[in-house]
Design a protein around this ligand. Sequence first.
Ligand code: COA
Length: 261
Amino acid sequence: MSDFKNLKIEEEKGILHITIDREDKLNALNLATIEEFRVVFNEIYDNKQIKAVLLTGAGEKAFAAGADISEIAELNELNARKFAENGQEVFQLIENCPKPVIALVNGFALGGGCELAMSCHMRVASANAKFGQPEVNLGVIPGYGGTQRLTQLIGKGKALELMMTGDMIGAEEAKSLRLVNHVSPTKEEAKVKTLEILGKIMSKAPLAVSMVIDCVNAVYLSEEDGYQMEANGFARCCKSEDFKEGTTAFLEKRKPEFKGE
Ligand code: COA
């Protein structure tokens, strides 16, 4: 396995444990982390020893609190489209992984963090998990597939509510909306539940499991254009004054004043 700076990688009994390891930044997904995900998932596809993946964030506070806002703040219309397409591509690699991938969601899963969890095949949360797509607070929209996958998972009305208000929801509400498969009281118990599910899947025929993943993903293939529209919309927002104001306000730790420009 390659060496990684932002991901901690451990293999145990055929299960690869991937931990996003930027705890001081609430495991925010900078571009280097996204690239490490690309490398590790390419290796997972090819490595016969790895049968399943558990993906989580370091510490108790966050799974991942979003894409790294200090990087997003620098985007313009042109590179913003590439930024979104690049993240979409890596998250599709995760979604299409032929081996089971479960997100163990501890604490905040916001923006790109929620999008990352949604690109996994299932989500098991600890009771302190919080989900949301707060990009509107920054003057932008989800760009890593969130407009598509949140709608697929919880339906149009509630997906629109979460993305238009930027509200966060807790683990139990996320479960009632079917965003989350299971909730456990603590991270440790959520890990036990995740390993139990992965263990069960690993006792089945691997080809059949990978075909289930392919066929279920195929339900949404006709929606491919939605991802392109998302990347375009993300880029369009990154050209606006409100986007500059939203990201600057976050970094300056103040409330944004949007002007509609
Ligand atoms: N990108 C970059 N840095 C981030 C980040 C992100 N998405 N989310 C948190 N951080 C950083 C903070 O800037 C802070 O860094 P500092 O200690 O160097 O100042 C550190 O992580 C801790 O975060 P802080 O905001 O102090 O923690 P909190 O408990 O007060 O608030 C959140 C937690 C999750 C509510 C808050 O961090 C937040 O709103 N994050 C952004 C969420 C978001 O908009 N995500 C979508 C991005 S597209």
